[in-house]
Design a protein around this ligand. Structure first.
Ligand code: BES
Ligand code: MN
Ligand code: ZN
Length: 498
């Protein structure tokens, strides 16, 4: 979406579609001015009651006074500020309303959208994020773009003008910059997630990372192939790709834009480009959704794109552990024992608990960056979906300060996470009769025991783990990658900079 910031009075704008906030009881200033230009038509329409005054509901008036289209956007009963959640709803609804407006551009009087305890900058950013999200389409494999899909493409605004008083223009511009970087980064993550496993395999992800480095001087990409990983002793990671004809890759995108010598933050994404479960084969129903098992990796790509766009003065290493989990005559068997790069041995009791097997070697490898902190992002456990559903990501950490920072970022970005406990009792569930540890901890507290497994490889630095199994994609009619937790992670990095 193209956005511009403009100043001037709402009622004076020459625009194909003017978006104006209204309340049930008192009209905001610009709506009052517009009302009088329409000879009171706006008031009459509002009295007729067709507009539902729940925040975010909208109604379009055509040719009212001098206005080609007036999109009346409800902000509730009276002029009480909106809550964060109401704003999010309003932004989502507005984005969808703008998709059915058959005009090239729309102008939003943004200053009158007031949210309790939030700045205009924050409101702008949320609105821009929602619009980028709402206008996203993934139709590169559809052939009917001239027909059904095409109609959807042709409609909808192409340019949005954010209208604000001159004195507030900088605030709005700042919100716009962040909102666009997050929104677009999120859409990049969605596209990688939505791509099928036959196209988006480990080598594809590695090529994407190399291409990104070609475009930006502050980024360098290094890729380890299977031979190089074998030399480093990454038998755990390689045990996952053993059954696949696709070679595994360990991808490191090094973004250096901070103080020279400043320790980097490492973001590590689980990049299982397809998870069949391996010899511990998953049931057939909905197995297609396991193409989304690289959404952690996709979020790392989204974040790298966003921080490049924002030119954040920080050092970040975006790592991706990419592999495909397949059954075959060469695949790992339940009961196999592997030695990880750290030297710790692992009994693979279930080949479907493969995410931790690729991440553990990557966590050991991350030590060479002497990181300030490491955050891994993984669609790791079905148990997390049971515990937190599809609304909240799981957060587990060996460092309370880091956990707090991530939770604060998640609240500010409205990309929710919730911390789960760890501890010795859970850790003991990983005991194995034959090796240093098993790769599963039994049916109880599956999300926690998975994190306990990872923690054993993350002792050298502050570490946090985000289990995004429930939040990384939507199922059913709206099936598709969500691009989460890009907003939370970008916010985390923004907060680190300031
Ligand atoms: N990728 C899955 C986790 C998953 C399951 C994400 C469903 C989203 C929806 C992961 O590799 C997996 O299979 N985990 C197993 C672990 C178990 C064998 C300990 C699981 O959750 O069933
Ligand atoms: Mn699995
Ligand atoms: Zn998996």
């Amino acid at each position: 979406m193209e956005f511009v910031v403009k100043s001037g009075a709402a009622e004076k704008q020459k625009t194909a579609c003017l978006v104006v906030g209204v309340h049930k009881k008192t009209l905001p200033d610009s709506a009052t001015a517009i009302d009088s230009l329409t000879g009171g038509q706006l008031s009459i329409v509002l009295k007729q009651g067709d507009l539902d005054f729940k925040p975010g509901h909208s109604l379009i008036l055509h040719s009212a006074g001098p206005f080609e289209r007036l999109l009346l956007l409800s902000m509730g009963d009276s002029d009480v500020p909106l809550s964060d959640a109401q704003l999010k709803k309003l932004a989502t609804n507005l984005a969808s309303a703008l998709q059915s407006v058959n005009a090239r551009e729309a102008t939003i009087a943004i200053e009158e959208i007031i949210v309790k305890d939030q700045s205009l900058r924050w409101v702008t950013r949320q609105l821009v994020e929602a619009i980028e999200y709402g206008f996203y389409q993934f139709n590169q494999f559809k052939n009917d773009t001239g027909k059904g899909q095409g109609v959807k493409n042709a409609r909808g605004v192409k340019k949005i003008i954010l209208l604000a008083d001159r004195k507030n223009a900088d605030e709005v511009k700042a919100g716009l910059t962040v909102g666009q970087a997050i929104g677009q980064g999120r859409n990049i993550a969605r596209t990688l997630g939505n791509l099928p496993g036959n196209i988006c395999h480990p080598t594809y992800l590695a090529e994407e990372a190399k291409n990104l480095a070609k475009l930006h001087t502050k980024l360098t990409t290094k890729v380890l192939n299977e031979k190089q990983m074998a030399e480093l002793g990454m038998s755990s990671l390689l045990s996952v790709s053993a059954g696949s004809d696709q070679e595994a890759r360990l991808i490191c995108m090094e973004y250096k834009n901070g103080k020279r010598g400043a320790k980097p933050l490492v973001l590590l994404g689980k990049g299982i480009t397809f998870d069949t479960g391996g010899i511990s084969l998953k049931p057939g129903a909905n197995m297609d959704e396991m193409k989304f098992d690289m959404c952690g990796a996709a979020s790392v790509f989204g974040v790298m794109n966003a921080i490049i766009q924002l030119d954040l003065p920080i050092n970040v290493i975006g790592m991706v552990a990419a592999a495909e989990n397949m059954p075959s005559g060469r695949a790992s068997r339940p009961g196999d024992i592997v030695t990880s790069m750290s030297g710790k041995t692992i009994e693979i009791l279930n080949t479907d608990a493969e995410g931790r097997l690729v991440l553990c070697d990557a966590l050991t490898y991350a030590e060479r960056y002497k990181p300030e902190a490491v955050v891994d992002i993984a669609t790791l456990t079905g148990a997390c979906v049971v515990a937190l559903g599809n609304h909240t990501s799981g957060l587990l950490s060996n460092n309370d300060e880091l956990a707090r920072e991530l939770l604060d970022a998640s609240n500010e970005a409205m990309d929710r996470a919730w911390q789960l406990p760890m501890g010795e009792e859970y850790n003991r569930q990983l005991d194995s009769n034959f090796a240093d540890m098993a790769n599963i901890g039994g049916p109880a507290a599956g999300t926690i025991t998975a994190a306990c497994f990872l923690a054993r490889f993350a002792e050298a630095y502050p570490w946090a783990h985000l289990d995004i199994a429930g939040t990384a994609w939507l199922s059913g009619k709206e099936k598709g990658a969500s691009g989460r937790p890009v907003p939370m992670l970008v916010q985390f990095l923004l907060n680190r900079v300031s």
